[in-house]
Design a protein around this ligand. Sequence first.
Ligand code: NJP
Length: 239
Amino acid sequence: KNKTAIVTGASSGIGAAIAEHLANEGANVVLAARRKEELSTIVETINSKNKGKAIAVVTDVSKQSEVDELSAKAVEAFGEVDIYVNNAGLMLMSVIQNGHVHEWDSMIDVNIKGVLYGVNSVLPRMVERSKGHIVNISSVAGHEVSKVNAVYSATKFAVRALSMGLEKELARTGVRVTNISPGAVDTDLATHGTDESLKQKAQSSDRKRLESADIARAVVYAVTQPDYVNVNEVTVRPV
Ligand code: NJP
């Protein structure tokens, strides 16, 4: 039977690539994000090209009720949720002394609370079925801290801590947990902050950045292992 995967932050970048790659492996995919038009375009592409079917559910992952609704709609459409990819994320670079409190709040709400709401919306059923896979997209910024990105880093350390805790908690349940930490990937991620000079610097790297597909392949690798294999931590960096 086809597996069903929810992918958050699937309206662009890494999330869109993950959804496409999972659908290409035969999974039915539920794409979640706030931008409806972008989601529709990607869903159409997947449904015209790939083996699995795709639907979109407009979702703000920082709102628990919307995340619960997302998982309920996935069950309604495809029966069960086998894979939940917590990919939605925000990186709003700034130094702490500039006091961009609202940006800190947004990153904490999306990057940490959004992940917890996602896990909460599917985990009881996964434990009941002794089956399921949580994939969290953290970052190399969840392993090391730069001087212009400490709050983002803190949220990605938190994602890793949640992955590590869940892995222990779920060790004998049959539910698997994978934490993926990408290095710099060529997406829109760095374009949303308010500090122009930091945004430009982040995008003017002198080495080739990773493609979204490079991270999507890591997700496919983790979720296509035999049932007894749990790929816990993957870091992928540009050469
Ligand atoms: O960035 P981008 P990436 N509710 O901006 C969504 C991590 N990462 O693909 O809501 C729901 O193209 C947003 O959708 P929309 C990074 O931290 C990246 O690079 O429509 N969704 C969009 O689909 C993040 O966790 C790099 O605006 C929300 C998506 O999130 C993940 O990879 C390096 C939302 C962001 O797509 C994907 O980011 C690294 C909300 N409230 C880790 N807010 C890298 N690119 O270099 C945002 O180490 N989204």
